[in-house]
Design a protein around this ligand. Structure first.
Ligand SMILES: Nc1ncnc2c1ncn2[C@@H]1O[C@H](COP(=O)(O)OP(=O)(O)OP(=O)(O)O)[C@@H](O)[C@H]1O
Length: 604
């Protein structure tokens, strides 16, 4: 457990570590003040038991005389007030320290979620295309808060309670070593035995919480994401049952861990009462029944116990909670370690560097030159030495069987994947890391399924920008080019109409046109369509294709098509098979010269 805390501490930022050290001053001050508060009750109780001390004890006598008070009862009242003041001051410092510690814990916790979110959003396409978004959501939404609630918060409590327990223990030991040591050993051993008994269960619970959370996220993602299929296939029962099972595991693990951290308190309270009764009897016996000698010692021990027992309980509770939270930390640790490098990188400027700036307006050809690319988890290359010439402002079609490499080619053109071999050129100029951002700013991409955010049509066209950053003129222009103006005119709120989560109230064709408008919003000169019309009916497809072809000659258009009809008007069609370009030409040329293409056209 201490290794986990050490690792977590090392993963904190220098500022977070510095703040932690500053907080230690408050923690020590809080413990000292609590001790002073406890100690101040002793003299008061001694006077309550025997007021003659102001005559017989030199220290009390001295204090009584310097106070200038003539009435012993008033002096007693003043001593009580002083003790109360000390306890009050200790409480104020405790409140302040607890407040600062809570704020600190929560800030560190949310910064961890921030760091993970930033780290994931900065990862390349390969990372996201081979991973699972449910897993990333779980890491940020469940595991990071669990690290906060089950490690950082209890660790800070452990920290304060340990310091307090040590300081009070040292003080009571020096006050009366035998009584103090017997008491401490008794309570310490009690907690250690209970902890040893439940340690394994806590670790298992932690792992169960992590795995149940992953499954819950997966079920929510798949359940809501694939609701149409689920309803049609009647699989809702299956999903509900699985979700119910995972919740049961989660509740059991969370419930027992929470109970484990609370239950010993009741045993310890019993032990404390027993110890107190024994102490009274032993002290009375030792002091021959003289209550005046027993009372101050008893008061100090009672108050020390009153502070120490909850501290011990909290130390124990914190340790059990941390033990149960280790799995959450283990799950985000690799990403947190990796985030130290990604998030410390200077953020990529949206301004392109001028060192290797691309002259896109003058360019004549985009060339993919002898490009080979293999996915990390595959042996067979997805693209095997492909070369393509794409004249600027031409319309290009990519066709081929499923798995032939069309999407991979597009991802390379989009700069989402980097070739293992070969290069991308704009005329003679290489497109590489130094000008990739600039290159991407010239590209508009329309995927197969358009992701719609919960915002207005305008916000969806200017995707990712806040309302005040949106250029409405550009939105209107893009909407017009994408043939959305008719739809917008028919809506009461026009461009401000909310499309709702996933835009369920929009038809497939309307969503697709929003996708096209989005690609056009940034005035991209190269438009890439990934089977943009594959899910549409014939009439809607024609409307979309007309919108696309209206742009031909003015923009470079690259489109993947399953239906050959879609690429009929293309200037060049590249036919792919098993990661290679196997034929190229116009629709008619390919129809004449390529048997496979002819077959595909006949079956289209
Ligand atoms: N993220 C990925 N990880 C591993 N392999 C991948 C990944 N994406 C694609 N592949 C593999 O690369 C090859 C080319 O796939 P690609 O998606 O480029 O083909 P495609 O022609 O676009 O297919 P489709 O028409 O079905 O979309 C296939 O063998 C595919 O299994």
């Amino acid at each position: 457990m201490f290794n986990t805390l050490k690792e977590l501490f090392q993963l904190l930022t220098p500022t977070q570590r510095r703040k932690f050290y500053v907080l230690q001053i408050l923690v020590v001050l809080m413990a000292i003040m609590e001790l002073v508060g406890i100690a101040s009750i002793g003299p008061f109780m001694a006077l309550v038991a025997d007021i003659n001390l102001i005559e017989t004890n030199s220290l009390y006598k001295q204090l009584y005389l310097t106070s200038g008070i003539s009435n012993p009862t008033n002096f007693l009242f003043l001593t009580g007030l002083a003790a109360l003041l000390m306890l009050g001051l200790a409480s104020v410092i405790s409140v302040l320290t607890t407040w600062r510690l809570s704020l600190y814990s929560m800030q560190v916790g949310t910064e961890i979620a921030d760091r993970l979110y930033e780290h994931y959003l900065q990862q390349n396409w390969l990372f996201h295309s081979t991973g699972s978004s449910a897993q990333l959501t779980k890491q940020v939404a469940t595991e990071a808060p669990r690290v906060t609630g089950a490690i950082i918060v209890p660790a800070m409590q452990l920290n304060t309670r340990l310091v307090l327990a040590v300081i009070i223990s040292v003080a009571v030991i020096s006050y009366n070593p035998i009584i103090a040591l017997v008491g401490l050993l008794m309570f310490g051993a009690g907690y250690v035995v209970i902890y040893q008994l439940i340690k394994k269960r806590l670790i298992v619970n932690g792992a169960n919480i992590s795995s149940a959370s992953t499954q819950r996220f997966r079920l929510m993602n798949e359940g809501f994401g694939g609701i149409k299929d689920i309803l049609i296939m009647g699989r809702n029962k299956h999903f509900i049952e699985q979700f119910h099972q995972e919740n049961k595991i989660l509740a059991r693990a969370q419930g027992t861990t929470a109970a484990f951290s609370q239950v010993p308190r009741y045993f310890m309270e019993l032990l404390a009462f027993g110890a107190m009764i024994s102490l009274v009897l032993v002290l009375l016996k030792l002091e021959n029944g003289e209550l005046s000698k027993v009372l101050p010692v008893l008061a100090v021990y009672a108050l020390a116990g009153f502070k120490l027992l909850p501290a011990l309980q909290q130390i124990y509770g914190s340790i059990t909670t941390i033990k149960g939270g280790i799995a959450a930390f283990e799950s985000i640790k690799p990403d947190l370690v990796a985030s130290q490098t990604t998030t410390s990188k200077p953020s990529k400027s949206s301004k392109p560097s001028t060192a290797n700036a691309l002259d896109i307006n003058q360019a004549k050809t985009l060339k993919l030159n002898e490009i080979t690319f293999t996915y990390p988890n595959k042996h067979q290359p997805a693209l095997d030495n492909i070369t393509m010439q794409i004249p600027i402002n031409a319309t290009i079609g990519l066709v081929g069987e499923s798995g032939s490499g069309k999407s991979t080619t597009i991802d390379l053109i989009l700069g989402l994947l980097q070739p293992d071999k070969g290069k991308l050129y704009l005329d003679a100029q290489e497109i590489n890391a130094s000008n990739l951002r600039e290159w991407q700013q010239h590209i508009g991409f329309v995927p197969q399924s358009i992701y719609l955010s919960e915002g207005s049509i305008a916000e969806n066209i200017a995707f990712g920008l806040s309302p005040e950053e949106i250029n409405l003129e550009q939105v209107k222009q893009a909407a017009k080019l994408a043939h959305l103006d008719e739809l917008i005119a028919s809506l009461d709120k026009g461009l401000d109409t909310k499309v709702g989560e996933r835009g369920v109230q929009l038809s497939g064709g309307q969503r697709q046109r929003i996708g096209i408008a989005r690609a056009l919003y940034n005035q991209a000169s190269i438009l890439v369509f990934d089977e943009a019309t594959s899910a549409l009916d014939g009439i809607t497809e024609k409307i979309i294709m007309d919108a696309i072809h209206e742009l031909s000659g003015k923009k470079t258009i690259i489109m993947i098509a399953h239906r050959l009809k879609t690429v009929q008007q293309c200037d060049i069609i590249y036919m792919m098979d098993k990661g290679k370009v196997v034929a190229q030409g116009t629709y008619n040329q390919l129809l004449e010269n390529n048997l496979k293409f002819k077959e595909m056209a006949e079956h289209a």
